[in-house]
Design a protein around this ligand. Structure first.
Ligand SMILES: Cc1cc2nc3c(=O)[nH]c(=O)nc-3n(C[C@H](O)[C@H](O)[C@H](O)COP(=O)(O)O)c2cc1C
Length: 373
């Protein structure tokens, strides 16, 4: 079973991940993993930290002659801005961050909390997710993402195709496929920066190439939409996840919601629409997976909100230290990689084997079963 664990602090010496359950025989394309990390570092609205770092991982275990051996894979990333011991203690917790409750719970001060709660940790989620991408690309399963809304400025991109997202999102500094909306989003970010404020937003992730039947309805812990939602919600500052037409399910009748079924000899069963976002009963239908993710605004404000000093217990302004203004574009890259981890889990659950070759055999035999169904 594909699984991973991360360790590391925002200003610690290293960030690391151990990725377990990757079969043997996968080409560990390091430039590809580092490219994903560079995409995570980008996006209009970042603070000064990303100018210091150039995120590149080293592979420390589980790979021989460029290919996975089946052993746990070690991934290591060195922080250029390594200065955790010199970082000042903070006594005025930021509303919206993990500061106050983390300190109440662990009792080692706010610095210890924010160093680990920080989304710097998502470098390792992206590195692990890129490993999942490498596994899934052997089966022509690919992910793409784009930003739909930042601070109330939204892009009308209904009907946009997967290939258009892949082509056009990287052209935009906010990873949005609409050039005009991108300019308005950037202006909104500039305005927030000027006011000492921050912004959240909405993004979409798509996955194409999944066969029908990944995930399961038989047990809540195996439903793919639930696995994806939990994984997304575990990412820093994510506050909501929907699938397909999302909030419109609340407005439309069933007749305009459910995806009618078609059949042709070439394609097998398919859907005339994809309102459900590629998942029914916790299983892939074979259509694209479509999911939207809501991000709350960054909680470190240059114009701070009220807080209480944990030493004096007096009402004060919350602490401020160098921070991002808007990271919805970066989050789109994180979600795109994190979703592939969840898909790898259900993929390996279904076609599992020790080597790529064994999984390919199992996969082909399932495709044959589908043709005969
Ligand atoms: C890519 C990314 C970058 C972030 N950068 C910052 C930041 O610079 N400053 C900040 O206060 N929060 C930042 N956050 C959000 C915090 O990490 C997050 O709000 C905090 O850990 C509390 O967790 P929660 O929002 O999930 O409750 C960032 C989040 C993401 C996804």
């Amino acid at each position: 079973m594909f699984n991973y664990i991360t360790s590391g602090e925002s200003h610690g010496r290293f960030l690391s991940a151990i990725v377990e359950g990757v079969p043997s025989g996968i080409e560990m394309d390091l430039p590809f993993i580092n490219h994903e990390l560079a995409r995570r570092q980008g996006g209009y609205g970042r603070g000064g930290r990303m100018k210091i770092e150039k995120d590149e991982v080293q592979i420390t275990a589980g790979v021989l002659k460029g290919r996975t051996t089946g052993a746990p894979i070690g991934l290591l990333l060195e922080n250029k801005d390594f200065k955790i011991e010199q970082m000042p203690e903070i006594s005025r917790p930021r509303p919206g961050h993990a500061d106050l409750v983390g300190h109440l719970k662990y009792g080692e001060g706010i610095r210890a909390v924010l160093e680990r709660a920080s989304a710097r940790e998502t470098t390792m989620r992206v590195a692990a997710g890129a490993t999942a991408k490498l596994l899934l690309r052997e089966f022509n399963i690919a992910a793409a993402s784009h930003v739909l809304e930042i601070g109330g400025i939204s892009a009308d991109v209904r009907g946009i195709s997967f290939d258009e997202i892949v082509k056009n999102a990287p052209q935009s500094e906010v990873y949005c496929v609409s050039a005009s909306a991108s300019e308005k989003m950037k202006a909104k970010i500039d305005e927030a920066r000027k006011n000492g404020d921050t912004l959240g937003g909405l993004l979409e992730v798509r996955v194409k190439g999944c066969p029908p039947g990944l995930g399961s309805y038989v047990h809540y812990g195996r439903k793919l939409d639930a696995l994806i939602a939990a994984a997304m919600l575990s990412i820093q500052a994510v506050k909501g996840v929907t699938f397909g037409i999302g909030a419109d399910f609340a407005k439309l009748p069933g007749s305009k919601t459910h995806d009618e079924i078609g059949y042709s000899k070439d394609r097998g069963y398919y859907r005339l629409t994809n309102h459900l976002g590629g998942i029914e009963g916790g299983m892939t239908t074979g259509e694209e997976i479509v999911t939207q993710v809501i991000m709350k605004p960054i909680s470190t404000l240059r114009t701070p909100l009220k807080s209480v000093d944990i030493k004096t217990k007096k009402v004060e302004e919350a602490a401020y230290e160098r921070s991002d203004i808007c990271t919805v574009p970066a989050l789109s890259v994180i979600c795109e990689n994190v979703i592939m981890i969840e898909i790898s889990k259900v993929f390996l659950e279904k076609f599992g084997g020790d080597s790529l070759r064994e999984i390919q055999r199992n996969y082909q035999s399932y495709l044959k079963q589908l043709q005969e169904s």
